[in-house]
Design a binder for this molecule. Structure first.
Ligand code: FAD
Length: 437
């Protein structure tokens, strides 16, 4: 057990290690195994099996419901495995399983390179990539999971294997979108792209109080523009505290982005217009504070294959205490054949997240109920959900993330690689012996 460090309740560092992004999560593992190398993960899995301890796997700790932290179990803390190695010539990055997105971007951007990563730099590469990985580069280069070339995995049996198109191909298929169900990934190999280092953000604000009809017609036009937008542009919107913000993020030459922004003049007259040039690295960190730690959170997500006028009307009447955000898919995401890997719902036009945030525990029940209610109003327009924003949705959530044929293939893979469901603290795909109920 070369570099492994064990932490128990009361040990220095124990509370820091078990603390995750959502302040609602306050679980206490019996043991935390801080792993520094692949063999530490092998040892931790063997120990958990011997002692009959439930396993949680922690990378960035951003699972909204804190799936990484097992109450009374063994948490495999991968955060000491956060290194990133880049081969500039071959445009490849090897990223350890506990790395944060910020480390990946920081290692690649000095060379003008990047691969798709999410929008908040303290999110983990591990959970994000295994569930899909949506970011500002995805319409151009595909999701994070589309850019994975191989993985090093510790299986439930404690074997260290490589998974790629050539080796353990079915496992590789399942790892790209199937979440943490099939093993602990200790290293990802990513394809990098020449993205440059510049970006542009365009945001127009329309107060809903000035008339739902005006805001709705602006949003309808914004939706229509998104459908034909160039891949450098990812259309994004939010509805928050009586204001709808419509715009896009452009990665590449900001002058071209500004040119594209002229199309938005047809939306009507905004109360506020923000056009900001920034580096790609700053773009990737821009939401770090607002999406910071130590706040109580509740999220609900939907995929929309189509954003109808009726859905827009409901969105604009969203409870003002629940922030709604939309991000456009399409482009390279939609070009990957649906059966290429576990990730599903590639026909998505927009991803919706309804997010509540508060600090007083006394408000938990009302805040959660309001967020659920807001998201429920949009459910009739939805076509499934992104597995990485599922929360306490259980089996019904997993069924929203994967269509039946995918779920059957994922279940068969689970039967083969983790028949005891050792890795179940995730959006779980149980083996067939524990049939979905
Ligand atoms: P953790 O809680 O550490 O892990 C979540 C689960 O993933 C674990 O329970 C485990 O099952 C599995 N896991 C993690 N690492 C490994 C590994 N190495 N091997 C095996 N299993 C592993 N998603 C997007 O696609 N795009 C975004 O822009 C985006 N932004 C976000 C911003 C914030 C602030 C938050 C909270 C979430 C965001 N998400 C985004 C959703 C995000 O993808 C998921 O929350 C994801 O699970 C986070 O991964 P993590 O490693 O940080 O989480």
């Amino acid at each position: 057990m070369a570099g492994i460090e064990f932490l128990r309740p009361g040990d220095e560092g124990y509370d820091e290690s078990r603390r995750v992004w959502n302040a609602m999560v306050d679980r206490r593992p019996a043991l935390i195994a801080r792993c520094r190398e692949t063999q530490d993960v092998v040892a931790a899995i063997a120990l958990a099996r011997r002692e009959g301890l439930e396993i949680g796997v922690r990378c960035g700790g951003h699972s909204v419901v804190g799936l990484a932290v097992p109450e009374g179990g063994l948490m495999i803390d991968l955060t000491p495995m956060g290194a990133v190695r880049v081969d500039v010539e071959r445009r490849r990055a090897w990223v350890q399983g506990g790395a944060l997105l910020g480390a990946l971007d920081a290692a690649t951007q000095p060379h003008g390179l990047a691969t798709t990563a999410g929008n908040v730099s303290h999110t983990g590469v591990g959970g994000l990539t295994l569930g899909g990985g949506m970011g500002w580069l995805a319409r151009e280069y595909g999701l994070s999971c589309d850019n994975v070339l191989s993985c090093e995995v510790v299986t439930a049996a404690g074997d260290v294997v490589r998974a790629s198109a050539e080796e353990n191909a079915e496992l590789f298929w399942g790892l790209r979108g199937g979440g943490g169900n099939f093993g602990v990934v200790t290293e990802f190999e990513f394809q990098l792209h020449e993205t440059g280092t510049r970006a542009l953000s365009v945001e127009l604000e329309f107060p809903i109080a000035d008339g739902v009809a005006d805001a709705a017609s602006a949003m309808g036009r914004w939706r229509d523009l998104a459908a034909t937008a160039p891949r450098s542009a990812t259309y994004a919107a939010s509805v928050m505290r009586g204001v709808v913000t419509l715009g896009f993020v452009w990665v590449g030459d900001p002058a071209e982005g500004r040119e594209h922004a002229r199309a938005l003049e047809t939306l009507g007259r905004p109360s506020e217009r923000r056009v900001v040039e920034l580096s790609y690295l700053d773009l990737q960190r821009r939401e770090d504070s607002i999406e910071g730690h130590a706040i109580r959170r509740y999220w609900k997500g939907h995929y929309f294959h189509e954003l109808t006028d009726s859905a827009i009307d409901v969105l604009l009447k969203h409870d003002p205490s629940v922030g709604a955000s939309l991000q456009a898919y399409g482009g390279a995401i939609a070009e990957v054949p649906d059966d290429a890997m576990a990730f599903s719902q590639r026909a998505t036009a927009f991803e919706y997240v309804g997010a509540a945030r508060w600090t007083d525990p006394a408000e938990d029940a009302t805040r959660i109920a309001t967020a659920r209610e807001s998201a429920a109003g949009l459910e009739p327009f939805a076509s499934g959900a992104y597995v990485n924003v599922l929360g306490d949705d259980g089996v019904a959530g997993v069924r929203r993330a994967y269509p039946p044929a995918k779920l059957a293939r994922l279940t068969a893979l689970k039967d083969a690689v983790d028949p005891d469901n050792l890795f179940h603290l995730n959006q779980n795909i149980p083996p067939s012996t524990a049939a979905h109920s």
